[in-house]
Every structure is written in structure tokens, then in C-alpha cells.
Design a protein around this ligand. Structure first.
Ligand SMILES: Cc1ncc(COP(=O)(O)O)c(C=O)c1O
Length: 394
């Protein structure tokens, strides 16, 4: 018999956002609002920093934990932004993206068969990475209470088993735009301390917050707490293609993550790391204007969606997504596929985001206003047509 793909690899669910995108990529004229990416190019000052770095010889291997100068710059950044003191030598590891930080972080925390509680709807990669580590993702949905998503601590407690080892949450959330309050974070931390769990906080949208800075969990946790923060340059600095992120963790985990980096990617690209250092040093003004623009986009799309038939859509406080719930929708993938084929508008199906996601669709509003205006028109026309269709009997 021919060798086959290992069942443990075959079991990892593929991304249903990619599945939709795959159809869209074979079409012309699609309004692509399905990926989590701004259409703004990387700012010129960052591109210049990368070419300067190449010219200066940043083309060799770096430390597994990343360039010491970038780690020191991140420590200064946490001090400035959150008043948190971090040791750049032992508590910060540069990774080749937020995705890789999740990978190496989760690999350090879970053994095969362990369980991870994951607050969903969420970016699906967390659950898939847990599955890729031969561990078990246990998704616990955020219920919508009135106008706000809330953490269901009773459901979290009910999901605990003797194999539960960690809890992953994302704030600001992809796809909900929900931002954890200090009280939410305090309770999450207490829950994890009480049940001896690792708390992993995905904070990659931290800077895309419409009401000041979203408070990092590091403000509440001590450096001895079992806390890991996942971060990235992708969203705040329009650097998705550069693949630079970082992880902050208790020193024993940070040490192991740096060592395991050797066997995954060794380290993030040297010149990308150097450019990231410049982004941290010079990026505040450009980021502030991007956040203003995103806020205006959010307000425009939110107001438009609220007028559409059968949609419920809480106003998000952060990230760059809206996640409207569509009345009577039971197959969001089919909805998004039809929307794409009939109107050339590409949205991500809610089912892609795990438990609690079905029945909704995700729209990324980090696009130009004309694209968003056209997208809103196409969606509204499609919804009106759909509301005239005879309902299928269950
Ligand atoms: C919640 C969340 N975490 C992490 C990432 C990873 O970003 P990157 O791998 O580009 O750094 C993303 C990207 O969409 C995300 O939405």
C-alpha cells in the first residue's frame, strides 16, 4: 500500500476562508473583503528601512529569539504603552509572524491529547494549530448579550476536564471586534490561576482600537504568571507580507520557544526584523491616521449594515471587522459562495470562525471607501433578492 499523509496531519481542518478565497481568485472584478488585511501598502519609511538594512548587511542568520536590538525596542514599547517592564533578554521572542508565535507558543504549552479552551468565534488558526499539535481544541462561544459580546464563564467552567491546559482568547477580536475590558481580563486571569491553566492572549489587533489603547493582559499579570501574549507587526504597520511578530512569555517558555524556533524557521527574516524596529520607532503618527480612517470606515459600514433587512450587527470597538448575524441563515459558506458568484462581493463565512460563528458573515472594512460603498450596495441588493426567495422547508 502506498504511504499516505499522516492521519494527524490530515485531521487538521483546512481554512474555510481560504476555500472561499480560492473561488474568488479565479474571478475578475471581485471586491475582496474576505481577508484580514488593509489595502494600504506598507508605509515608505518602513520599506526604506528594509532596503537600508539589506544594504547594511542584514542578510545573515540572527539569534533564534530575534535581533537583540528589536527585543530591546519592544521592551521600551511596552514600557511606554502599558507601563510594563519586560526583560528583552528572557521574556520576548521575535517570531516570523503572529501565526508562527501561536504555533511555537502552543507547541510549548500542550502535549498530545491535552485540551485547549478557545473563545470563539475566533480566527480559525488557533484551533487548527492546537489540532496540529495533536491536542484538542474545545471551542466556547461568546454569547451576544444585548449589544455586546460577553465571556461565558459558566460555559468555560463546564468545558474544563482533567486534560485542560490552556485558554486562548483574542482581544481585540477577529472576527467580532469585541475588546476585553479590564474586568474581563481580571476574571480570565483569575479563572486560569484557579484552574492552573496557561492563559494565551492574542493581542495582534491591540493598536486597532477606537477608544484609546486596548489594555494588554501584561498590565495585570505578573511576570511569573502562566501567561503568553501573541503579537504581530502585520496589522498595525501594514506589514502582512513581511512575516514578523513576537511573543511575550514567562522566561522558561520564552527560552524554549526561542530554542524551538530553530527547528521551525530559525528566526524571522533579518531585514524584516530591522524594518520592524523602525516601524516601532517611527510609526505612531501614521498608525494614528490609519486608525482614524478605519474608524470612519467602521462607522460607515456599521450604519449601512444596520439598515439592511434581517441583519443584527453590534458596533465593534477594535480590529477591522464587522460580523453581522443574518436572520434565518444556516449555511454561511453557501451564502458567501452565492454572494460571490452572483455579485462579485467576497466576504468570509461565519462558519469558518468556529463555534458560534455559523449564521454570520465577516467583512473586513480596511479597504478604500469607494470599495466599501460598492460592497454595501451589492450586499443590500443580494439580501433583498434573497428575502424574496421562497424559504426552503427544513
Ligand atoms: C487574531 C489573529 N491572530 C494572529 C494573526 C496572524 O497574523 P500574522 O501571522 O500575519 O502576523 C491574525 C491574522 O489575521 C489574526 O487575525
Amino acid at each position: 500500500m502506498a504511504p499516505r499523509v499522516a492521519p494527524s496531519a490530515a485531521r487538521v481542518p483546512h481554512s474555510r476562508i481560504r476555500e472561499l478565497a480560492h473561488i474568488a481568485m479565479s474571478m475578475d472584478g471581485v471586491l475582496k473583503l474576505y481577508f484580514g488585511e488593509s489595502n494600504l501598502p506598507t508605509p515608505d519609511y518602513i520599506k526604506r528601512a528594509a532596503t537600508d538594512a539589506l544594504a547594511a548587511g542584514y542578510t545573515y542568520y540572527t539569534e533564534n529569539a530575534g535581533l537583540p536590538s528589536l527585543r530591546r525596542a519592544l521592551a521600551r514599547h511596552y514600557d511606554r504603552l502599558h507601563g510594563v517592564g519586560l526583560d528583552p533578554e528572557t521574556e520576548i521572542v521575535i517570531t516570523a509572524s503572529g501565526g508562527q508565535a501561536l504555533n511555537v507558543g502552543i507547541r510549548c504549552l500542550l502535549d498530545p491529547g491535552d485540551e485547549a479552551l478557545i473563545l470563539t468565534p475566533a480566527w480559525p488558526n488557533g484551533s487548527s494549530i492546537v489540532a496540529m499539535s495533536n491536542a484538542v481544541p474545545v471551542e466556547v462561544p461568546h454569547p451576544l448579550v444585548g449589544e455586546r459580546y460577553q465571556i461565558d464563564f459558566d460555559a468555560l467552567a463546564a468545558a474544563l476536564t482533567p486534560r485542560t491546559r490552556m485558554l486562548l482568547y483574542t482581544s481585540p477580536s477577529n472576527p467580532l471586534g469585541w475588546v476585553a475590558t479590564l474586568e474581563d481580563q481580571r476574571r480570565l486571569l483569575e479563572f486560569c490561576r484557579e484552574h492552573a491553566l496557561w492563559l494565551m492572549a492574542d493581542e495582534v489587533y491591540e493598536r486597532l482600537c477606537y477608544d484609546g489603547v486596548s489594555p494588554s493582559i501584561l498590565r495585570l499579570a505578573t511576570r511569573d504568571d502562566a501567561v503568553v501574549v501573541i503579537q504581530s507587526f502585520s496589522k498595525a504597520y501594514c506589514m502582512t507580507g513581511w512575516r514578523v511578530g513576537w511573543l511575550v512569555a514567562r522566561s522558561d517558555v520564552a527560552k524554549r520557544a526561542a530554542e524551538l524556533n530553530e527547528f521551525i524557521v530559525s528566526h524571522a527574516a533579518s531585514f524584516s526584523q530591522k524594518a520592524a524596529e523602525t516601524a516601532l520607532a517611527e510609526g505612531e503618527a501614521e498608525m494614528a491616521s490609519m486608525v482614524e480612517r478605519l474608524k470612519a470606515n467602521r462607522d460607515f459600514c456599521w450604519a449601512a449594515l444596520r439598515q439592511m433587512p434581517g441583519l443584527t450587527v453590534p458596533k465593534p470597538d477594535g480590529a477591522f471587522y464587522l460580523f453581522p448575524k443574518i436572520e434565518g441563515l444556516t449555511d454561511s459558506f453557501d451564502f458567501c459562495r452565492r454572494l460571490l458568484l452572483e455579485t462579485k462581493l467576497g466576504l468570509a463565512p461565519g462558519v469558518a470562525f468556529g463555534a458560534g460563528g455559523e449564521g454570520s458573515v465577516r467583512l473586513c472594512y480596511a479597504a478604500d471607501r469607494e470599495i466599501l460603498e460598492e460592497a454595501m450596495e451589492r450586499l443590500e441588493r443580494f439580501l433583498r433578492r434573497r428575502s424574496l426567495e421562497p424559504r426552503k422547508r427544513p
